[in-house]
Design a protein. Structure first.
Lengths: 151, 157
């Protein structure tokens, strides 16, 4: 597709793919963002599953706000990495699966954080949601790793 | 250094090395596990350090204790998978400046965590003293540095 080649040839695309430090710097930001987003999302899920009861459930939305900073970092850094190699990333199945799982993980964790603060009675439902969210995040992480191995 | 060369030769001829090199699934599996361990360690570290720094509201340390265990689990996963990387590609790491610096930062971060846990033990109130807050800030920076240096290993060899 022409758009993909045009993206690769843009100044950002060329900076990521041909400069010495462009790619490692953006990739490192992507890893820091991942540690923040996935890490805190997993901790939120573990808290809902009953770990660390001393942290009030109404408080976990504060952790979610920090996690979303990681998401913004990764939206920007991930788009930049994509632009640098658009014509091969566009066809990557691990990347497609990863993006779907990220959407699911964001939606699940967002709903979990909101519903847990409002209604602390439906414990089983929240725990099930927490497990689904964890599976989404771990799946997204593994799919992301496999982008480099499965073409 | 003769000792290091002998160690690299031994690692390279070990059964574990033969297994990792001849099975293509092992390396991506180790990497995935290393990233899961990273998320557990980094996420638990953020919960503890942001709380102590007062950036996520007031939290007592007893509430955070369980997350210390999560960070230890994440660290152990990464210690084991990290040793796996060294067995799989022994000549790659010991002379890599980014890896050497990363290991140095890991030691400092562990010493800091040890200081933190010794300091926090006697505390009953949730008013964390300044020394503990400095330790939490140092922990944030050190683990970020560990992650950054780890990511740079392939680009400085």
């Amino acid at each position: 597709m022409e758009v993909l080649v045009w993206l690769e040839m843009s100044s950002i695309g060329l900076w990521v793919s041909t400069s010495v430090w462009g790619y490692p710097i953006v990739l490192t930001l992507h890893t820091l963002g991942m540690g923040t987003l996935v890490g805190l999302s997993l901790m939120i899920a573990l808290r809902v599953l009953g770990m660390g009861n001393g942290i009030p459930l109404e408080r976990i939305n504060l952790f979610w706000k920090w996690a979303l900073i990681g998401f913004v970092v990764n939206l920007v850094s991930g788009s930049t990495l994509f632009i640098g190699n658009a014509s091969s990333f566009w066809y990557s199945w691990p990347l497609r699966i990863k993006l779907l799982l990220i959407c699911a993980g964001l939606l699940m964790t967002h709903r979990l954080v909101n519903s847990v603060a409002k209604d602390s009675q439906r414990i089983m439902k929240h725990k099930a949601q927490a497990i689904v969210a964890m599976v989404c995040w771990l799946g997204a992480l593994i799919a992301g790793r496999l982008i480099a191995y499965i073409f | 250094m003769l000792g290091l060369e002998a160690l690299i030769a031994w690692l390279g001829s070990s059964t574990l090395n033969q297994y990792i090199v001849s099975h293509s699934y092992v390396w991506p599996t180790l990497e995935s596990l290393h990233f899961i361990g990273l998320s557990l360690l980094f996420g638990a570290m953020l919960v503890i350090d942001l709380s102590v720094l007062g950036l996520v509201g007031e939290v007592s340390f007893t509430a955070l204790k369980k997350f210390v265990w999560v960070s230890i689990v994440g660290f152990m996963v990464n210690l084991i998978t990290g040793i796996g990387f060294i067995f799989g590609d022994p000549s790659r790491y010991f002379s890599n400046p980014s890896f050497v610096l990363k290991m140095f930062c890991v030691w400092i971060a562990l010493l800091n965590a040890w200081y933190f846990s010794a300091k926090v033990r006697g505390l009953s109130s949730q008013d964390f003293p300044l020394s503990l807050k400095i330790s939490a800030g140092a922990s944030l920076m050190l683990w970020c540095l560990v992650l950054i240096l780890g990511r740079f290993i392939p680009y400085v060899e």
